[in-house]
Design a protein around this ligand. Sequence first.
Ligand SMILES: Cc1cc2nc3c(=O)[nH]c(=O)nc-3n(C[C@H](O)[C@H](O)[C@H](O)COP(=O)(O)O)c2cc1C
Length: 186
Amino acid sequence: MKKVKLENQGVGPFPGMIVGATVNERPTYTTVGAGGCACLEPVLCVSLMNTHYITEGIMRTGSFSVNIPSSRLVKELDFCGTVSGKNTDKSGLFTPFFDQTGQAPMIAECSLNFLCNVCDKTEIRGFTMFFGDIVAAFVNEDCLINGKPDPIKIDPVIMMGFSYCNLESVIGQPFSEGKKLNNFCG
Ligand SMILES: Cc1cc2nc3c(=O)[nH]c(=O)nc-3n(C[C@H](O)[C@H](O)[C@H](O)COP(=O)(O)O)c2cc1C
């Protein structure tokens, strides 16, 4: 297949995440694509511009939540990524809920929630990448199959360039599909 060299394109695909934190004693929410799993232990990372409203809150409280909205919440996902808490109070957008293990608000309307306490951070070109130990995780009961979170029911928003997409089907099992190629390497 011939490759086309891309110029100035958006990166991705990434799952859409809404990060929650407390700023000025109120919940606030910011959309993040730059983030994910940091290592084999339960540590998530999110990269936030230093000038964002939410960043100061995470710095001060040492706590953030990562909330995975379903595709039904694509408008809210986009809103939290285009409006700043500096000018607009986003606290009323969602129903916050809390856990005693951290200070950040989690979003009841999102299918999957992780509460993280900052264990490390690093600066990169005007952004701070926060690493957080997952201290609590929640999933909507109707997103479980046989007691396990089901990605299709969680229905995350996948973003890339100028598009938001959703998941269609399960296509395999990690650490299993590759075994079908064992003969390939002799
Ligand atoms: C799809 C999408 C993804 C985004 N990803 C990030 C990101 O990974 N890091 C970041 O700092 N800003 C990201 N942004 C921009 C912020 O969400 C946006 O500037 C937001 O309004 C900042 O809010 P705040 O000032 O209330 O914190 C993203 C925006 C959108 C729409």
